[in-house]
Design a binder for this molecule. Sequence first.
Ligand SMILES: [Zn+2]
Ligand SMILES: [Zn+2]
Length: 334
Amino acid sequence: MKAMLLRKTANINTNPLEYADLEMPSPGYGEVLMKVKACGVCRSNLQVIEGERGIPPKLPLIPGHEVVGIVTEVGEGVTSLAVGDRVGAQPQFSVDNTCEYCVSGRENLCINSRRLGWSIDGGYAEYMIGYANHLHKVPENISDIEAAPLFCPGATAYRAVSTAEPFPGKKIAVFGIGGVGHLAIEFAKISGARVTAVSRSPMHVSLAEKVGADRAIISSEEDPVSVIMKDGGVDSSIVFAPSDEAVSQAVRSTKKGGTIVIGVDCKIGDFKFMNGQTIKSTVVGTRNDINKVLELASLGLVKISAAEYKLKDANEALRLLKENKVEGRIVLTM
Ligand SMILES: [Zn+2]
Ligand SMILES: [Zn+2]
């Protein structure tokens, strides 16, 4: 099978992913073999490839962790899936189901999770192994390209918006409108919130408007804090922009007693305890979150901004992402 293989971490400008011919994997107990149809290109793939997250535990490695494919072979012990099922895989390949996080409904924090495109080969390939208990059947009315991003940005955005506890009329600001941010705007709108979108890039601000933001601010042209504070600030902010400055703007744009939800690594900066604010972080989502996302998408309530690239062009796709030139999500097809 063909796959984009990472032999050692390196700057994306050096084309570290090699279009390689590899042996087909075969599914073990509880696993299935999937013929990959689509795999989203995530900023965290870029971080893994460039070594920003340390040396991956598995090398050589096939990146990719938001994957839709067709089951072509079923391993021993699998009863929930059959050959021909169209399924999606998320960043967590599997969890232990027993740690304190798993048993308290927070499996996204599992301390023994195996991760696709990190400790397990991922979806930048024609075939991939999936763990049956962590795969979801994809509703028929969602295309492969629209479905793949639901499994990482979709779940991430959904969990972040839930953490911001939206309700009708609540004022929520989303900082950073890329593959995840545009979906956060949509979920916040579905919940009835009034949404302000903030991004440095005019391209992303127009995407925010397209997906229903009530107000969009280009932060490289005007100061979002003064615009937002003019009408009293927001009740909650959600940050997906990988920027300390965006986090600081979010804290300063949020009302006293409000919540700032953070989905990126960052430095918090000045934080006034007298304002009684809460800072929370979220990472990916649980299987339950993904089920909700798939349900909303099958009802036609989620619009994915996705551009299709061929598998062998993954290096190029990742470069565009690094240069902030991707509107929503790039999805690789095989
Ligand atoms: Zn991802
Ligand atoms: Zn666990």
